[in-house]
Design a protein. Structure first.
Ligand code: MV4
Length: 447
């Protein structure tokens, strides 16, 4: 195992990674921008290195500063968390050039999965079902031809996109030309790459993802699914496992597909396969997220596997002790408390947290960097805390989630707490029959 590791991130995920390092007896080196000089991750770490001013482009995204932080402190490895540099192949290469182990997949696999056209091609080769559409870079006329064949509605997607960025729904032929132009221009501006592809739009659908862990000895462990359909503007609000929509057979088919794909592409470390699940039980690969995800605690509570510890062990060359399908038990639900203003269409509302009282008690976990007096900075994402609960079955987990949220006190900034309580109490959520359209449909009625 390593003796010292750089935690190349901030906020709750930096705290989460530092805890895993300390439990392994490994020293943690934190990095921080000026905005974070008093932050919890800085205080928890054994050492901390200042990166630069608050804007991410001048701090948490600056590769040379990050590499210098690792090398000058004698780190052997770098854990990127999620976001910032976590899926940046140039960062993975810079780590390798400086003899730093990157806690994540190999650079070629990351790059292949970052390009969504190439990721889909790899999945088809591994006989993983993908959404019908075009199989390469697509111009307007090819998009039109594809749409005629597969039928509207279609989605225009950017090959450099992901997470819903650079995506456009086209319902009718006459909308296609303008939509294509706008989507391609957006993709060029956001990613410096205007390459587009077309998929049939599956609506309504459910967003179900499979967690995997792969070691350097050819072993693969799949850890079940997380259902992430409760989201607005591609910001997830509630995630749960197991999904009420998956039969045991469908679950096994999805996990087997993910395992097959891992072997085919030579995946290493933790990863998440995103699938769309149709009403008829059919499923289609959409993206492979080559990193730890925000919602990973849901899987940790159901499987008892510490994913961050396993990421570090695998990166250090150790062999997975459990392979195949991870045993799992009970039901877990995560609620993201974001500093967002329900009065203004849930726009981010950073500010100073006054009193903060996280929930406690049986079956409750809270992942956060926040304490009373913390600042939610306008420079970074607006997440205040993740409240994750576990209980023996879904109904009990929902009750526990409601209890935990009612105990939670966040003063000073508006949060998504009330919205989450509204969803947890709603008929679609309680029945388990919801889709990616449910939250926006609910808000349309309530608002
Ligand atoms: C889709 C889709 C339906 N059909 N692709 C959104 C995030 C990114 N990872 C992929 N996403 C989707 N891709 C096809 N072919 C539905 C989503 C989607 C979604 C779309 C609109 C509004 C909310 C959504 C929530 C999850 C997934």
């Amino acid at each position: 195992m390593f003796t010292r590791v750089l935690v190349a991130n901030r906020g709750e995920i930096a705290v989460r990674v530092i805890r895993a390092l300390h439990e392994l007896g490994v020293e943690a080196v934190a990095v921080y921008s000026t905005a974070d000089k008093d932050a919890r991750h800085v205080r928890l770490a054994d050492q901390a290195v200042h990166l630069g001013p608050p804007p991410a482009a001048e701090s948490y995204l600056r590769i040379p500063s990050m590499i210098a932080a690792a090398t000058t402190t004698g780190c052997q490895a770098v854990h990127p968390g999620y976001g910032f540099l976590a899926e940046n192949p140039a960062f993975v290469e810079a780590c390798a050039d400086n003899d730093l182990v990157f806690v994540g997949p190999p650079v070629d696999v990351m790059a292949a999965m970052g390009d969504k056209i190439s990721a889909k091609r790899a999945m088809r080769a591994a006989e993983v079902p993908t959404v019908p559409g075009t199989e390469g870079a697509t111009n307007v006329s090819a998009a039109r031809a594809a749409a005629e064949e597969i039928g509207f509605p279609i989605l225009l997607k950017a090959t450099a996109g992901g997470g819903g960025k650079g995506m456009r729904l086209v319902r009718r032929p006459d909308e296609l030309e303008d939509a294509f132009g706008m989507a391609a221009a957006e993709a060029e501006a956001a990613f410096g790459n205007a390459t587009m592809y077309v998929e049939k739009a599956l609506v309504p659908a459910r967003h179900v993802e499979i967690q995997v862990l792969c070691d350097h000895h050819g072993n693969v462990l799949t850890l079940g699914e997380r259902e992430c359909s409760i989201q607005r503007r591609h910001q997830k609000l509630i995630e749960e496992s197991p999904s009420a929509a998956l039969s045991p057979e469908a679950r096994e088919a999805m996990e087997a597909a993910a395992e097959r794909a891992c072997r085919a592409v030579g995946y290493r470390n933790a990863g998440t396969f995103e699938f769309l699940l149709g009403a008829d039980g059919s499923f289609y690969f959409i993206e492979l997220n080559a990193r730890l995800q925000v919602e990973h605690p849901v899987t940790e509570l159901c499987t008892g596997v510490d994913l961050v510890r396993e990421q570090l062990l695998v990166a250090a060359g150790e062999e997975l002790t459990v392979t195949g399908r991870a045993p799992r038990r009970g039901h877990a639900i995560e609620i993201r408390l974001n500093a967002e203003d329900p009065e203004h269409d849930f726009r981010p509302s950073p500010g100073r947290i006054g009193h903060f009282e996280p929930p406690l008690g049986p079956g409750v976990r809270v992942d956060t960097f926040v304490e009373s007096g913390s600042i939610i900075s306008p420079f970074y994402d607006s997440m205040v805390a993740k409240v994750i609960v576990w209980d023996s079955d879904r109904a009990a987990a929902i009750t526990r989630a409601e209890r935990a949220l009612r105990e939670t006190v966040v003063e000073g900034v508006p949060t998504t707490r009330e919205l989450a309580l509204e969803v947890l109490g709603s008929e679609p959520f309680r029945s388990g029959e919801y889709s990616t359209s449910t939250l926006e449909a609910m808000r349309a009625v309530v608002a």
